[in-house]
Ligand binder design. Sequence first.
Ligand code: SF4
Ligand code: SF4
Length: 169
Amino acid sequence: MSADTRRVEVYPGREVVVEFDPELTFECVDDCTWCCHHGVLLYDRDLLELAQRANLSETTTDFRSEKFVTREPKDRDDHVAEDGHACAFLREDGLCTLHLEEDWKPTRCSVFPLAVRLEDGDLHVDIRDSAHDHCDGLNVSERSVIDNLEAFLPEVLWDLENPDSEREL
Ligand code: SF4
Ligand code: SF4
C-alpha cells in the first residue's frame, strides 16, 4: 500500500483501502443531477427492493446479462447525458422519485461520487474520474467523506462477487 492510502473499517470487520485525499469533503448540491444521467446497475438485492416500489418491466432493462434502471429522454438540457437521457427515476424537477417518495435508492446511487473496485481481495475506494469534472458536491462543505464512509458504501458491497463501479448502461 502506498503512503497516500489508508485502511478504514467501515463496518465491523469490513475495511476499505482509501485512495482519495483524506481531507475530501462532500455534500450533494441541490441543483445538480449529473450522476443520474446514466442507467444504474442493480444488484440482486436492489432488484428485490425495487420490485416492492416500481414495475420492473417498465423501469429496468437487461444489458450484458445484468439489470439496469432504464434511461429515458428528459426535457432538461443540463446535467443529462449527451443524448438528453437520464435515469427513469429522475424527475423533471431534478429530484429522485425513489429517494423522495420511498426513502430508498439503489446501492450504486449511494456510492457516487466515489468509485469502488476489488483488488487482491480488498475493496479500494477512490473518487470517480468523471466526478472530478462534473460533481459539484466535492469540497463545498464541512462533511468529511472518510469519516462518513458508511453513507456511501452499503454493506452489501462486501458480499458482491463484482462490486466494481465501472459498469454503466
Ligand atoms: S435512482 Fe435516483 S439517485 Fe439513482 S440515478 Fe436514478 S434518479 Fe439518480
Ligand atoms: S454529481 Fe455530485 S453533486 Fe451532482 S447530484 Fe451527483 S453526487 Fe450530487
